[in-house]
Design a protein around this ligand. Structure first.
Ligand code: PLP
Length: 410
């Protein structure tokens, strides 16, 4: 690991080689193809005998600079970027799983990840959804076919926090790949490598890009998992050193074959946004804590869910594992207060479905992002029909508190 601090490391982390033409920020390479003066060199790049780029779908210099930056953020071994966060999660299925395999997933999930696992279940991979705040439930769901365990750090929207370290110990003891979606914490607040995660998912669209202006996703191999224990690696990818097997297979079987490649323009936008991740996370976390405390103290609010509150069931765990408690909170208004009318009275919080933006965004969860799954599954995830999710931004704190408290009915 670098001995330098987080922000110093990521600011300089995309300078893999010499500075190109003096440009300090990594240039946007739009070329899809890469030419070689020696045809033998082209062949040797294709055969993986020397580094180089083949075709834009599998790799691009601008994207690869961002991959290097994210590897450093996660203190990992390597990273592959995808067009979206869902592209990165889908790559787990495309690149690593086969019919008959089994996955244990947290029941508290980003809505589209929940939908993806259900799709996968229809394609021959068994999926068990468990309460990931309790390692005993994860353990009880394991079968001899279980290839990976998947959890989120802070689940959106109800902020349940998986029992991250104990699940990590369980997976290590059983030789099972542990995948942690770090989107809600970001590598600035938490590095899943510390709890034994083998692969880390980041939706770059959210706080790493940070400005709501580019889609992207990443899978980082932390270097912790022993790929020789993973039965699904094809012989072709075993020509690499074992610590590279996972990413080599994912880059070919998922990125190359399914094609959810990150565009160089988006990679550049995300890389610029990433430079201020630490500054934005500190500010948004402080805002979120102040807002959560103010809402909890108000008797027109029925419940507030935020890991920074002493009332949160996993508060102590979060204090131990995370640098601060993040930008995501949710709350329920007292019965009789219409959540749509309330949201319409806000002047700073914008009704919108994104997360991790510089601006504060609000959404009535049951009526939008979690509508398709139906009332029963919502109830099982602890999502009340009146739940409001807030992705807290970096506005001035007084303005934010005045907006959310002022919109409560007298
Ligand atoms: C947004 C999000 C994703 C998916 O990212 P996209 O870039 O929107 O595809 C995955 N996991 C979590 C926790 C997210 O918040």
């Amino acid at each position: 690991m670098s001995t330098k601090g987080f922000t110093t490391t990521i600011l300089h982390g995309d300078r893999q080689k010499a500075i190109e033409h003096g440009s300090l920020s990594k240039p946007i390479h739009t070329s899809v193809a890469f030419g070689y003066t020696d045809a033998r060199q082209l062949a040797s790049v294709f055969q993986g005998k020397e580094p180089g780029f083949r075709y834009g779908r599998q790799g691009n210099p601008t994207v690869s600079a961002l991959e290097e930056k994210i590897t450093r953020m996660e203190d990992g071994h390597g990273t592959i970027c995808f067009a979206t966060g869902m592209g990165a999660i889908g790559a787990l299925f495309q690149g690593l799983l086969r019919a008959g395999d089994h996955v244990v997933s947290s029941a508290f999930l980003f809505g589209n990840t929940n939908s993806l696992w259900n799709t996968v279940a229809g394609q021959g991979v068994g999926v068990s959804f468990v309460d990931s705040t309790d390692v005993a439930q994860v353990e009880a769901a394991l079968t001899p076919e279980t290839k990976l365990v998947f959890v989120e750090t802070i689940a959106n929207p109800r902020t349940q926090v998986a029992d991250l370290a104990r699940i990590g110990e369980l997976c290590r003891a059983r030789g099972i790949l542990y995948v942690v979606d770090n989107t809600m914490t970001s590598p600035y607040l938490f590095r899943p490598k510390a709890v034994g995660a083998g692969l880390v998912v980041n939706a770059l669209t959210k706080s790493i890009g940070g400005h709501g202006d580019a889609l992207g996703g990443a899978l980082t191999d932390t270097g912790v998992f022993d790929w020789t224990a993973f039965a699904n690696i094809y012989d072709t990818y075993k020509k690499n050193p074992a610590k590279n097997w996972g990413l080599a297979q994912i880059r070919a079987k998922a990125l190359r074959d399914f094609g959810a490649s990150l565009a160089p323009e988006a990679a550049h936008t995300i890389a610029v946004g990433a430079e201020t991740l630490a500054l934005r996370m500190e500010r948004a976390s402080a805002n979120a804590l102040a807002l959560a405390r103010a809402l909890e103290a108000d008797d027109r609010v029925a419940a507030v869910y935020y890991p920074g509150l002493a009332s949160h069931p996993q508060h102590a765990l979060c204090t131990q594992l995370f640098k601060s408690y993040g930008f995501l909170l949710s709350f329920e208004l007292k019965e009789g207060i219409d959540c749509f009318d309330y949201l319409n009275r806000l002047q700073i919080g914008i009704p919108s479905s994104n997360l991790g933006d510089t601006r504060t965004l609000v959404i009535p969860v049951a009526h939008t992002i979690f509508f398709e799954m139906g009332a029963e599954r919502r109830a099982s995830m602890g999502i009340a029909e009146s739940l409001i999710r807030v992705s807290v931004g970096i506005e001035d704190q007084d303005d934010l508190l005045a907006d959310f408290l002022g919109a409560l009915p007298a």
